[in-house]
Ligand binder design. Structure first.
Ligand SMILES: NC(=O)c1ccc[n+]([C@@H]2O[C@H](COP(=O)([O-])OP(=O)(O)OC[C@H]3O[C@@H](n4cnc5c(N)ncnc54)[C@H](O)[C@@H]3O)[C@@H](O)[C@H]2O)c1
Length: 259
């Protein structure tokens, strides 16, 4: 018997087989869950997402295009998910975006208003937008998970406006947990250490961050995306029935070190 037998939900953010969203989905599926997937619209986006999902052994996946910055896309995606699944138990929010031009060392103070607003919208507000829609068909309660990074708490060179958006995402998590708790819906974030993906490669100075973590983290290594997936299994499962509003670090302990 799997820990997640009978649980169904939506996973946002599989761009390819390196995506943290894919590693989360794979672990959820391995423990008995059924996942539907939303990818950014576009033929190339669909092809890459499908390759990862079907290549990972999911037969005939429920896969739908969704630009989460558009309310009409979110409405259509959650309506289709409701038709397909009837009810869901989890939502994985593993998406973020900021103009890479402003993820360069030393230029946070140059961030234009539209770049700031877009990063906040896609990387933080969409968690609220998804929670609102998901809560309507989580009759048995559920688990909503967002992905964050330590750059929300400390100034990490190059992370820039994304760090500000992650701070907002973590605050949204706490407020959502307070309001949705009475429906039995838990909302948490996983704070992953740096992992090589399409998105992270846009952050200037990433290689230096990897080297530093390997030297300083208590486990003396960088984390694997699969380890983030395992923690998602815990948060979706009933093992975490008393956990909400939390941020759990999956970073080989890096966040506890003071030098
Ligand atoms: N890779 C890391 O080092 C790291 C560390 C901590 C947290 N995170 C977070 O993990 C999450 C997943 O990132 P990843 O590293 O797997 O990279 P990724 O590039 O594989 O995934 C990011 C996803 O966001 C999606 N996305 C961007 N804009 C969107 C929009 N408007 N609508 C819908 N989807 C959109 C992309 O299509 C992509 O699938 C992000 O929130 C990221 O900030 C990553």
């Amino acid at each position: 018997m799997g820990l997640l037998d009978g649980k169904k939900g939506m996973v946002f953010g599989v761009a390819n087989d390196r995506s943290i969203a894919w590693h989360i989905a794979k672990n959820l599926i391995d423990h008995g869950a059924t996942c539907g997937f939303a990818h950014l619209p576009g033929e190339k986006m669909e092809r890459r997402a499908r390759k990862a999902i079907e290549g990972g052994g999911v037969v005939d996946p429920f896969l739908i295009p969704c630009d989460a910055s558009k309310d009409e896309d979110l409405d259509a995606t959650f309506a289709a998910a409701k038709d397909h699944f009837d009810a869901i138990d989890f939502v994985i929010h593993s998406i973020a975006f900021a103009d890479r031009e402003y993820l360069k060392l030393g230029n946070f103070h140059q961030t234009p208003r539209d770049v700031f607003t877009q990063a906040m919208d896609i990387s933080a507000y969409t968690l609220v937008a998804m929670a609102k829609r998901a809560a309507e068909f989580m009759p048995n309660g559920g688990s909503i998970i967002g992905m964050t990074y330590f750059g929300s708490e400390k100034a990490i060179p190059g992370y820039n406006v994304m760090g500000v958006a992650k701070a907002a995402l973590e605050a949204c998590t706490r407020y959502l947990s307070m309001e949705l708790g009475e429906k039995g819906i838990r909302v948490n974030t996983l704070s992953a250490g740096p992992i090589k993906t399409l998105s992270s490669m846009a952050v200037d100075g990433l290689d230096e961050i990897f080297e530093w973590v390997e030297k300083k983290a208590p486990l003396r290594r960088n984390v694997e995306a699969d380890e983030v997936g395992k923690s998602a299994v815990y948060l979706v499962s009933d093992l975490a029935s008393g956990v909400t509003g939390e941020n759990i670090y999956i970073d080989c302990g890096y966040n506890v070190v003071g030098l």
